[in-house]
Design a binder for this molecule. Structure first.
Ligand code: FES
Ligand SMILES: [Fe+2]
Length: 284
């Protein structure tokens, strides 16, 4: 979870319904500061502070709407692979004035005017017959559960990918693997196959067979369902890095490459994956 908290880069990709973009100002073991653009184009300056030893981290809105709001998270390990997570929302002191104004206006104004007034004060969701403080808390809880569910999918897929890597370290790459006839394979695209220690995607682009790694070399993001764009590039859903499926090269980070794929050959009417080593010995 702490790794996920440090990971500012995933916000607009994994949480695209909550963040449009992010620009990092600074980061370190202490946390990070960044400007985020929300889906309705409002901007916020966020700061994350991490107390790693105590598995505690706090996010504060430093400027923009909701300035002074804080979310504190504390994770405690129960047993292996089980943690308790305590989340606390803090409203800024200055907000108590706004709450008072909202309380009064809720009693005096018709609901439609009260809603407009609340918006002017930067409170975007209020419910009829509900105390403004409760409406705000419910909105925060709703937003946080969306973020949390999206993160849970990322974190558990990453853990699965790490576990899978450990297990497959024992597997040596086979010399070749028969996949089936082109017609059979065509029905199953994109097809993911395990070949030695790695998983690869078999696909067609634009109308030729392609093989490329099913895992992103950055943090093991899933690439099997990434669409191939008109430039022959796929985009990782976790942090948005693009990779050229022909060269395996990352378009953002020069040092990142997709795992080298085996060759795809048509042998006796069947498509086969052939390891690079046996492919070159075959040619010699
Ligand atoms: S896991 Fe980060 S870009 Fe793929
Ligand atoms: Fe997240």
């Amino acid at each position: 979870m702490i790794e996920n908290a440090y990971d500012w880069e995933h916000l607009p990709h994994v949480h695209s319904s909550s963040f449009k973009s992010i620009e990092l100002f600074d980061e370190g073991a202490w946390g990070w500061q960044a400007k985020v653009i929300l889906p309705d184009s409002r901007a916020q300056h966020l700061e994350l502070l991490v107390d790693r030893d105590n598995n505690y981290w706090a996010t504060t809105v430093l400027s923009g709407d909701a300035r002074g709001f804080e979310i504190h998270t504390h994770a405690t390990e129960r047993k292996s692979r089980e943690i308790d997570v305590l989340v606390k929302f803090y409203l800024p002191q200055a907000f108590s004035k706004i709450l008072k104004l909202l309380n009064v206006s809720q009693r005096l104004l018709p609901f439609s005017l009260y809603k407009r007034f609340a918006r002017k004060l930067g409170v975007y969701k209020v419910a009829k017959n509900e105390k403004p403080k409760i409406s705000i808390l419910k909105t925060l809880q709703r937003q946080y559960s969306v973020l949390y569910d999206e993160d849970e999918i990322l974190m558990s897929s990453r853990q699965d990918a790490i576990d899978h890597r450990k297990e497959s370290k024992l597997n040596d790459a086979p010399h070749s693997l028969v996949l089936g006839t082109p017609e059979q394979l065509n029905q199953q695209l994109p097809k993911v196959v395990q070949f030695g220690k790695q998983r690869f995607v078999i696909n067609q682009w634009p109308d030729e067979w392609r093989v490329y790694a099913a895992e992103c070399p950055h943090l093991l993001g899933p690439l099997e369902n990434a669409q191939i764009d008109q430039n022959g590039q796929i985009t990782c859903p976790w942090h948005g890095y693009k990779f050229d499926i022909n060269t395996g090269k990352s378009c953002e980070k020069q040092t990142l490459f997709l795992a080298k794929p085996p060759s795809l050959k048509l042998l006796d009417g069947h498509l086969c994956l052939v390891s690079a080593a046996s492919d070159s010995s075959h040619q010699n």
